[in-house]
Design a protein around this ligand. Structure first.
Ligand SMILES: C[S@@+](CC[C@H](N)C(=O)[O-])C[C@H]1O[C@@H](n2cnc3c(N)ncnc32)[C@H](O)[C@@H]1O
Length: 194
């Protein structure tokens, strides 16, 4: 992992703690687990929420098939600027993931089949969790898949438990992976199917 990315994370955490929610980028192991659980989906529309310095983005781009469409939604302009500089062909929308319908329209699309999320749900209040999840559900067809991670310590926090409930109220099928111990901090992945 590039030290520059970790430095940037720490800077952004100090500047925007309630958005950044992590002290360092996710590991390759966690990125691989996220991709494995989102599964191959030929001819699909894939969106990444909260790419940060691109830990998942690079794994998604490596696995992307020619008939898939892919774009990112990142609220932090500094992260978005850096990601665009490092990956000039990537489409990055700057704003809140709750505006997914708007960004799909700008892409000339009307639905999303796979959402791979790096959002820090455990630092989000209930209202924001629900707003982002409801906006996503509204543009996801049946069989659509949402994958997201949670740090182990976040699972026992009230907002982490609330997030699990919010998933269960919206997705008929919610599965939790084993712990990815190699990540700092260790994390699990939720795979949710509509
Ligand atoms: C925990 S970091 C994860 C970054 C990266 N995916 C990784 O795993 O290393 C959370 C990311 O979500 C972004 N973010 C936070 N709130 C957001 C929102 N409402 N909409 C879109 N992005 C958001 C942050 O700016 C940050 O890039």
């Amino acid at each position: 992992m590039a030290h520059g990315h970790t430095r940037m994370f720490i800077r952004q955490l100090l500047k925007n703690p309630s958005e950044t929610g992590a002290i360092m980028p996710s590991s390759r192991k966690l990125a691989a687990r996220m991709l494995e659980l989102s599964g191959p989906a030929p001819d699909s529309v894939v969106a990444e929420y909260g790419p940060g310095t691109g830990a998942f983005t690079r794994a998604i781009l490596d696995a992307l098939q020619p008939d898939q469409k892919f774009f990112c939604v990142e609220i932090n302009e500094d992260f978005a600027r850096r990601l665009r500089k490092e990956t000039p062909d990537l489409s990055v929308h700057v704003g809140c993931a709750s505006r997914i319908a708007e960004y799909l329209k700008e892409e000339g699309l009307d639905h999303v089949d796979r959402v791979i999320s790096g959002l820090p749900w455990a630092v989000f209040p209930d209202g924001l969790q629900r707003k982002i999840l409801d906006a996503m559900i509204a543009v996801m067809p049946k069989g659509g898949v949402f994958v997201t991670f949670a740090y182990l310590q976040g699972l026992i926090m009230p907002s982490g438990r609330l997030f699990r409930k919010n998933l269960g109220r919206r997705f008929p099928d919610v599965r939790k992976s084993g712990v990815v111990w190699e990540n700092v901090p260790p994390a699990i992945v939720y795979r949710c199917e509509k």
